[in-house]
Design a protein. Sequence first.
Length: 317
Amino acid sequence: MLAIYTVTNHLDAPVNTPAAIGTLRQAIQDANTLTGADTIQFDPSLIGTTIALTQGELDISDPVTIDGTYEGASLGVTIDAGNGPNGMPNDYDGDPIFDVFTSGQVEINDLTLKGGDSLFAGAILSGITSSGVDFPDTQLTVKNALITGNSSDFGGGGIAAYSGDVTIENSTITGNTAAFGGGLFALSGNLDIENSTVSGNYSQEKGAGISFESGDLKTLTIAGSTISGNTSDGEGGGIYAGTYTDVDIQSSHISGNQANDRGGGLFLNDCKEVTMQSSEVQNNYSSGFYGGGLYDSGDFQSLTIQNTIFEIGRAHV
């Protein structure tokens, strides 16, 4: 029988201790122990509460939904990892907020995630354990979330998916930093972004907004979304898509992004099939030589652009 666990305690404490009763950490531990797709909800008394993590990341090893609503309304719950032991962002001495590794579906709904600061992921590490074991069947869905103020030394200041698929719906990912994928980084699975905003993120190398490097037979899908105001010191201010990937962009806006190398809006690196429909690529900038709006480093197998505006994409020469 599937279980419902209710968080009643805004504190954090080691699991299976008296202080952990009613905490989010204990609820996740209990859901991990009971096989099956359980639900974790929050007591309405926690409206507007910040849960400050003091015991490291929250490991999710079994399918679960963590729901930050009550009777359909947002409770405004924030989970704050505190940027590590010294509270300083961008020194990667802390932990992500969630480490998701399971052969199944995990859904995170209506939460604010901030202060994750680790080597390999900011807010959410998905599809792999912290010790490096892959879980390629992980299916992560993030809905109605705000992911902000997180950082990673490698990939995914907001979310880093090293294995498995990720879906983002009705969410905002903003103000995160990483070497690759300041907002989102996907290494070997599909990435689906729907009705969401990825803005104001920063990368040192590739893809300040999104870095998608999942390779053959994997697809980056962006629908009804805005990718704006992201800045990369390398390639792909808004989006970087790697070799042999497919890219499908529908009814979306890619604007005001900047790359200090190539591809202010998009950098497409030997992608296979690229489709852009009913979208706008506007006011992006590359301070390198090429591709203010879009830069392609190789040959497409298929390129389809319909009803899409490219406007004022500037490249420094």
